[in-house]
Design a protein around this ligand. Structure first.
Ligand code: IMP
Ligand code: MG
Length: 371
């Protein structure tokens, strides 16, 4: 399940269809057990409860009646006590066992109205069943006889619940994301593609934090952090640093930059394990990777660029054509899997990396501005 957008807001998966199904089954069984041979009248409160009521009565193992009511605010009446009027209660319920089926109980204001309305109905008993309940938000003391799932005080949609009209039709429940509008990029490019140069421009233009894995490693090792020391112990033995150490270091770097408008990840992730870990890190921040952008440059151009660079910089690994070709090959071997990983989520963007620096910057802006 992926993040969804309704109007201007993003929502992330929160409660699955399976979990909802189990909760509804459990509630139906409990009510049936408690009511014995009594034939209850289930009263759904519209609009939100339509999906719950439908599933609930299908699961209810004994005969029952079903009806719906709707509460509506009086138009034009302004008062602190938001008195509501009732639509749809045409049936005589005196002497009956009535079970209110609510999708969600939040502050309990709606429930208060329900109690007020049913006071004059002479029902035998009034039982309250709600699929979702926000204990932190509830301000009343009416008893809730059956509660499906307790949830934190966060706004949810789906399974009957809406955000400004949308989302009622979703079979699962999603939670509002609180961190909006972060731009998180994974920047890729073979050696010589101009990644460093472009990352610097992007960082300025979009006010992003550039996280270069190389820099993060050097920082942690130099400052002898616990993770840096651990990483160094592997490197000193000529071993690869385990994914988890790299992941922990990157996560700490993300955490150090609270309030960032977004990140450019450079040199990370390197494999699918790291990519999945990065998704988790972003998810914990109510955010996500928006795009993997790869600068695409033909091998022959890269080789020429690097050989040129080698002449002026004197970098050994930029002076030997065989070494250069091997580095390029290693890059493609490593990134092929990641390209597939992000492409499967429609997040892969290849950008032509041949041309002037400004031209390439413009191409990158064009991609990022559509995210
Ligand atoms: P109350 O605060 O318990 O009266 O809940 C009022 C109504 O607000 C509910 O019947 C829902 O229609 C709506 N509501 C409360 N919490 C949520 C939510 O998280 N998502 C969508 N609608 C909600
Ligand atoms: Mg409701």
């Amino acid at each position: 399940m992926q993040t969804i957008t309704l109007h201007d807001k993003q929502f992330k998966p929160f409660i699955s269809e399976e979990e909802i199904d189990a909760a509804v089954s459990k509630m139906a069984d409990q009510v049936a057990k408690d009511l014995g041979d009594e034939v209850p009248v289930f009263v759904g409160i519209l609009n939100g409860s339509f999906m719950l009521v439908s599933d609930f009565v299908k699961k209810y193992p004994k005969p029952c009646e079903v009806t719906f009511i709707k509460l509506a605010s009086y138009e034009g009446v302004k008062s602190t006590e938001d008195i509501q009027r009732l639509i749809g209660l045409t049936q005589d319920l005196s002497g009956r066992t009535v079970v209110i089926l609510e999708d969600i109980i939040d502050t309990g204001n709606t429930l208060h109205e329900v109690h007020r309305i049913f006071k004059n109905e002479n029902v035998k008993q009034l039982l309250i069943a709600t699929l979702f309940y926000k204990p932190e938000a509830y301000k009343k003391d009416f008893k809730l006889h059956y509660v499906g799932i307790e949830i934190p005080n966060k706004f949810i949609v789906g399974y009957g619940l809406d955000y400004d009209g949308l989302g009622r039709d979703l079979p699962a429940v999603y939670q509002l994301k609180t961190t909006q509008h972060m731009t998180n990029l994974v920047l890729f490019g073979p050696p010589g593609a101009g990644k460093g140069t472009q990352a610097n421009f992007l960082k300025e233009k979009y006010d992003l934090v550039h996280i270069s894995t190389g820099d993060v490693f050097r920082y942690n090792i130099k400052n002898e952090t616990a993770l840096g020391t651990l990483a160094k112990s592997y490197m000193d033995k000529g071993h690869l640093v385990p994914d988890q150490v790299t992941i922990d270091m990157l996560e700490a770097e993300v955490e150090r930059n609270t309030g960032a408008k977004g990140f450019i990840f450079d040199g990370f992730p390197r494999n699918e394990t790291q990519a999945k870990a990065l998704d988790k890190i972003m998810d914990a921040k109510d955010s996500q990777i928006n795009a993997m952008i790869a600068l695409e440059v033909e091998d022959e151009v890269l080789v020429q660029r690097l050989l040129e660079r080698g002449k002026t910089s004197g970098r050994k690994d930029d002076s030997d054509e065989a070494i250069i070709r091997n580095r390029i090959q290693v890059y493609y071997n490593e990134t092929a899997i990641l390209k597939d990983y992000y492409a499967a989520q429609n997040k892969y963007y290849g950008v032509d990396g041949i041309g002037s620096i400004e031209e390439i910057t413009k191409r990158l802006h064009k991609v990022i501005d559509t995210l």
